[in-house]
Design a protein around this ligand. Structure first.
Ligand code: FES
Ligand code: FES
Length: 176
């Protein structure tokens, strides 16, 4: 069975909803939705995890960043049908037992947000960076965060937060 919707003058294929079994923030979740739905819309709509934001919808702003099997992805560009068995981690799933992570605390301490719209995406992106490379150079930080946009222009404070988090991780020997 196939269904179609019209987008402008083009026909866009939308398959009927079917069941998907996902692991989100360590929990098994069953979702009934079309395979073409974006992971972002499912996480926000069906699962009520609204930390990741819809900014551009085109993979350009980073506000929708989630971890898929530990790797940062633009979830507006990932289709539900592509997720498979890979674990999904949202910003809500980073804290453990009510304790903010080193990265989250560093953002708070550095005042690295104004409106906060971009913050969940940055926190997920920085977490992925520091898990892979706990002592990034300034160039590596800028490269890793290239594609995360902050409309409030809070980049200096965000870079300070990354420095602070890396410093705290070095002191503690812990992991982001
Ligand atoms: S909303 Fe996904 S990159 Fe902008
Ligand atoms: S703090 Fe407003 S968009 Fe970044």
């Amino acid at each position: 069975m196939r269904s179609w919707v019209l987008a402008g003058s083009r026909g866009v294929h939308v398959s009927p909803p079917r069941e998907f079994r996902l692991t989100v923030n360590g929990e098994p979740r069953v979702i009934s939705a079309a395979a073409e739905r974006s992971l972002l819309s499912v996480v926000r709509g069906e699962l009520g995890l609204t930390g990741a934001k819809y900014g551009c919808g085109e993979g350009e702003c980073g506000s929708c960043t989630l971890l898929l099997a530990g790797h940062p992805v633009r979830s507006c560009q990932v289709k539900l049908g592509e997720v498979g068995t890979r674990e999904v981690t949202t910003v809500e799933g980073l804290a453990r037992e009510g304790c903010l992570t080193v990265v989250q605390r560093a953002f708070l301490e550095a005042g690295a947000f104004q409106c906060g719209f971009c913050t969940p995406g940055f926190i997920v992106g920085v977490t992925a960076l520091l898990r892979e490379n706990p002592s990034p150079t300034p160039t590596e930080v800028r490269e890793a965060l290239d594609g995360h946009l902050c409309r409030c222009g809070g980049y200096l404070a965000i870079l300070s937060a990354v420095d602070l988090a890396a410093k705290r991780l070095a002191e503690s020997g812990g992991s982001a």
